[in-house]
Write a protein that binds this ligand. Sequence first.
Ligand code: NDP
Ligand code: MG
Length: 382
Amino acid sequence: IIMKKICLLGATGSVGSSTIEVVQSYPDLFKIVAFSFYENEIKGRRLIELLKPKVVAVKSKKMAARLRLDYPAVQFTYELEGLTELVIRDEVETVVTAVMGSVGLLPTLAAIKAGKEIALANKETLVMAGDLVMEEAARNNVRVFPIDSEHSAIFQCLQGENSSDVSQLLITASGGSFRDYSRADLRDVSVSDALNHPNWSMGKKITIDSASMMNKGLEVIEAKWLFDMDYDKIKVLLHRESIVHSMVQFVDGTIKAQLGVSDMREPIQYALGFPTRMPVKKPVFFDLAMIGQLRFEEMDFERFPLLQLAFDVGRIGGTAPTVMNAANEVAVNAFIEGKLPFLDIETLVYKAVYQEKEVQKPDLTILLEVDKETREKVMSWI
Ligand code: NDP
Ligand code: MG
């Protein structure tokens, strides 16, 4: 591969950090020419000095003005528009979307329209507007490479196969922080309990989503759009070891699986290097004999109603997933701020979804309107 010029949205986050490590391990292959951060100015400044980008998008006009004084060689953009201005720059070839939540949508669409290749971590984008995003990608001949580990696994299993030979996608779920809790146990769990994920170290929102199983629900919808698969052909399995990242079953009964350690650098490397596999710089500790056994169990939809909801909402389609995503973002944020008990996340998301009559085949304006209205409504309930 020749040197790939990358725009990294969400450089200060968990996926952002893993992406920077990958880029730094292969300085001849990858370069970050632009990136964004939001509130973490201390880390943002460190990254400007480390990566020497041409342009950086930040939270506010004020922050941009302050940074311009200290880094006159760097251009700064700001607010949501600043993200869009960043991704369409001529020097950018690939956009890694590692921002959290629905802010990912508009810059991702802008990047696709500008013909930039996408490496997508931000699953909320596809949940909110999967139909529009994939349609736009097809129209502009833009490839969307998955970074989410389950989707990277499925993508890897599909290489060399015909999509018509696939009988189902098997997405694995670690079960999150509360996988062995009963519904009664869940009633008074704390924020720090929920943030204590057994297998992965990630940003706060996705860690809470993993505990509520909303994350797996979002991933089901993400898989539908990335791989153009009916919901009837997507199945979720509980897999405590998180070693099998996901699987694909074919019409002849064969199942292909992708196995690996719980380290986001692996799917990021695959997305950025595709179709070349990058040699591992440091030996990875991955010994199947040490792990000993891999277990798979059926998901309990009564125990995890948000997973059921995601399937239902995905099948309804239209604006229904947009409502679910917006309600979840607001509720999770309120839980993190200590304003809501854990189980109320579910209650609010269900209520928002079932109060709303979905609009079918929504355009972008309707989606953004529905997203905004849902947020306001759920906020008023809290
Ligand atoms: P983090 O919370 O660690 O990072 C989020 C990033 O987004 C930070 O750089 C943050 O900036 C920025 N950000 C937050 N809010 C805004 C906003 N309103 N406008 C612009 N930028 C904003 O999240 P993760 O890295 O864990 O996750 C990022 C995405 O990747 C999510 O969609 C998640 O679902 C997905 N994902 C994550 C995985 C993981 O292992 N973490 C695995 C698979 C998918 P700042 O910190 O400077 O405020
Ligand atoms: Mg995942």
